[in-house]
Design a protein. Structure first.
Length: 527
C-alpha cells in the first residue's frame, strides 16, 4: 500500500514515473474534466492508472460512464504519429475511435455489465492513424475494473499490436499460393525427401510423370527404377552428390512408363533445405515434362550426327592422301611445297577434331556414347598429345613435368580428346610466346592432370558456366577466336563417365589452370 510521503499528496505518489505518458497525465487539467482533479479520484482508479504507467506491456483504460481514456508509453506507438495522440488522453472513447466504435462498444458494455473478460487474437481492427485508415491487427483482452466493490469503474485493455506478424504470415501464405500456382501452371510434379531416413514423398503429378499409379506411395528407388537404364547411374550419382556435397540438383533424363512403355523426358531441379536447427534435412524439388523440347533437340542432334558422320569419311581419306603425299615428298628440296603440305595436314587435322567433337556431342545427347576402357599409361598419352599439338602450332612452349608412369583404366581415345581440348584451349586463349605447363601426379588417391596457361584468364562470373553446352565467354578478347563452346562440355561428360572430376582455377588477365582427375587403375600391373 502506498503511503503519503512528506511534501507529496497521495495521488502524486500514485501518478509518478511512467515516461512521456506519466508526464502528460500529471500535466493534464483533470479539474476541468468529468473525472475531476486526481485528489478526488477513487482509490481503484489511482491504482489502475499507476499499474498502467509502470507496465512495459501496452495498456489502455476506459473509465467512467463517458469512458475517459488513459494509456501508457508502451501503447503509445499504436496511436501512430499524427492524429490521435496526445488528444486521446482524457478524451471520451466515442470521440477517439469513431471508426471502430460500433465494433468495440458492445464489447465494452458487455464487460462493464459483469460479463466475462474478452480474448481476441490477431483481430483486424482498422484504425485512423498517420492521417489514414490503417489495417491494424491486435491481440487483446478487455477486463472489468471496479470503482468500489460492486460498482463498475471501467474497462482495462491489455493488448499487443500484431500487424507485423500477421503481415509476415500473410506474405508467406501469398508466396506459397504463388508457388502453388506456378507449379500448377508448369504442370510440375514435386517431391520432398528426408536426407537421413530417405523417406520420399511425391505429389500425384510426379507419380504421373514417372508413369506410376497415383494411389500407391512412391519411393526414391521406385523413381530411379523408372529411369531409362542408360541414364540411371548418372541420375543416381547426381542425387548422391547433392546429398553429400549440398550441390544443386539439375538434370535431364528419360523415364519409361511401366504400363505402356511410353518414354517421357523429364527435367528435375532440387535443393537441400535446412530444418529449424540449420541441418540440411530436406531434399526437395520439382520435375517437369520436357519431352517435346527434347524431341526437337534430338532431331537437331540427329542432323548434326548424320552430317558429321558423312563428313568424317571424306576427311579421313583426305588425311590419308595428304599423309601419303607427305611421305613421298619428304626428300623434296622445295621448302614451299613441304610447307604448304604441312599446313594442309594441320588444317585437316583441326577439321577432323571438330567433326569428331560434333559426332561425340550427338552420340552423347542420344545416349549412344560408348566408353571403351583399356589400361594405358596416362603420362605416355599426354606426351603424344603434346607432340601432336606442337606439330600444328608455332610460337608456344609447352613443358610437361613428367611423372612416374601412371596407369589408368579408361577410354584412351576419349581421354586423349580431353587432353587435346585443354591444350588447344590453352594455346587458343593465350597470346603467342606464352608458356604452357602440364603436370600430372597422384593427389588424394586419384591421378590428377593440370594444364596451366598464362593467357587471358576467365572472369569469376563465367567460371561456373564453362562446362555447359555451347557456353562461350563473350568479350572483346574472345571476339575473334572461333569455337562452338562444346569442347569443355564434352570433356566434362567424358570425365564424369570415368568417375572423375574436371574443374578450373583462373584469374582474369593472369591465366588459367584446368584440372581433371581419374581413379587409379585397380588392375595396375596385372596385364
Ligand atoms: P570453345 O573454345 O570452342 O569456345 P570450349 O568448351 O572448349 O569451347 O570452351 C568454352 C569457353 O571457355 C571458351 O569459349 C572460352 O571462353 C573459355 N575458355 C576455355 N579454355 C580457356 C582458357 N584456357 N583460357 C581462357 N578461356 C578459356
Amino acid at each position: 500500500m502506498l503511503k503519503n510521503q512528506p511534501g507529496r499528496t497521495l495521488h502524486e505518489a500514485y501518478l509518478k514515473g511512467g515516461g512521456e505518458m506519466g508526464q502528460l497525465i500529471r500535466d493534464y487539467n483533470w479539474a476541468d474534466s468529468v473525472l475531476g482533479s486526481p485528489e478526488t479520484w477513487s482509490h481503484n482508479l489511482l491504482t489502475t492508472v499507476s499499474i498502467i504507467l509502470r507496465s512495459k506491456f501496452p495498456m489502455f483504460l476506459w473509465w467512467g460512464t463517458e469512458l475517459i481514456q488513459f494509456y501508457n508509453d508502451a501503447y503509445r506507438p499504436s496511436m501512430g504519429n499524427e492524429g490521435k495522440h496526445p488528444k486521446a488522453l482524457g478524451q471520451e472513447g466515442v470521440a477517439c475511435w469513431p471508426e471502430i466504435w460500433p465494433v468495440i462498444k458492445p464489447l465494452i458494455d458487455q464487460v462493464m455489465a459483469g460479463g466475462e473478460s474478452t480474448w481476441s487474437e490477431n483481430q483486424l481492427i482498422p484504425i485512423y492513424r498517420n492521417n489514414r485508415l490503417e489495417d491494424v491487427y491486435w491481440t487483446f483482452s478487455y477486463s472489468k475494473v471496479e470503482d468500489e466493490p460492486g460498482k463498475p469503474g471501467g474497462v482495462l485493455v491489455i493488448c499487443s499490436e500484431t500487424t507485423a506478424q500477421v503481415n509476415a504470415m500473410n506474405q508467406i501464405a501469398k508466396a506459397e499460393e504463388m508457388l502453388r500456382c506456378s507449379i500448377a501452371s508448369a504442370n510440375a510434379g514435386t517431391w520432398v525427401m528426408d536426407t537421413k531416413t530417405r523417406e520420399f514423398k511425391a505429389s500425384g503429378r510426379l507419380k504421373e510423370l514417372y508413369g506410376l499409379t497415383t494411389e500407391a506411395p512412391m519411393s526414391a528407388d521406385d523413381a530411379i527404377a523408372c529411369i531409362d537404364e542408360r541414364y540411371r547411374e548418372k541420375v543416381a550419382l547426381a542425387l548422391e552428390k547433392t546429398l553429400a556435397e549440398n550441390l544443386d540438383f539439375n538434370i535431364e533424363y528419360p523415364v519409361i512408363a511401366k504400363d505402356d512403355q511410353t518414354v517421357r523426358w523429364l527435367r528435375s531441379f532440387g535443393k537441400l533445405y535446412p530444418d529449424a536447427h540449420g541441418v540440411f534435412r530436406h531434399f526437395s524439388g520439382l520435375a517437369i515434362d520436357i519431352t517435346e523440347q527434347k524431341h526437337d533437340e534430338l532431331r537437331k542432334n540427329d542432323f548434326i550426327g548424320i552430317v558429321s558422320h558423312e563428313l568424317k569419311t571424306p576427311l579421313t581419306s583426305l588425311t590419308a592422301y595428304i599423309q601419303v603425299l607427305k611421305n613421298k615428298m619428304k626428300d623434296d628440296q622445295d621448302p614451299m611445297k613441304t610447307g604448304v603440305l604441312d599446313k594442309a595436314f594441320s588444317q585437316v587435322k583441326k577439321m577432323s577434331t571438330m567433326v569428331n567433337s560434333f559426332l561425340n556431342l550427338s552420340r552423347l545427347e542420344t545416349g549412344k556414347i560408348h566408353i571403351d576402357k583399356e589400361q594405358f599409361g596416362l603420362d605416355t598419352l599426354i606426351k603424344e598429345r603434346i607432340e601432336d599439338i606442337l606439330l600444328a602450332i608455332s610460337g608456344y612452349e609447352i613443358t610437361f613435368l613428367t611423372c612416374d608412369p601412371l596407369i589408368v583404366f579408361a577410354d584412351r581415345e576419349k581421354i586423349g580428346s580431353v587432353i587435346t581440348n585443354l591444350l588447344s584451349n590453352a594455346v587458343k586463349y593465350s597470346p603467342k610466346g606464352k608458356h604452357i605447363e602440364v603436370q600430372c601426379g597422384l593427389q588424394n588417391e586419384m591421378i590428377q592432370v593440370a594444364v596451366k596457361d598464362q593467357g587471358m584468364g576467365i572472369k569469376q562470373h563465367d567460371l561456373p558456366h564453362l562446362f555447359e553446352r555451347f557456353y562461350r565467354v563473350e568479350s572483346k578478347n574472345t571476339h575473334n577466336i572461333s569455337g562452338f563452346g562444346i569442347g569443355l562440355y564434352l570433356s566434362a561428360e567424358i570425365i564424369e563417365r570415368h568417375q572423375g572430376k574436371i574443374w578450373v582455377e583462373s584469374k582474369s588477365g593472369t591465366g588459367s589452370t584446368f584440372y581433371f582427375n581419374l581413379p587409379v587403375s585397380l588392375n595396375s600391373g596385372m596385364n
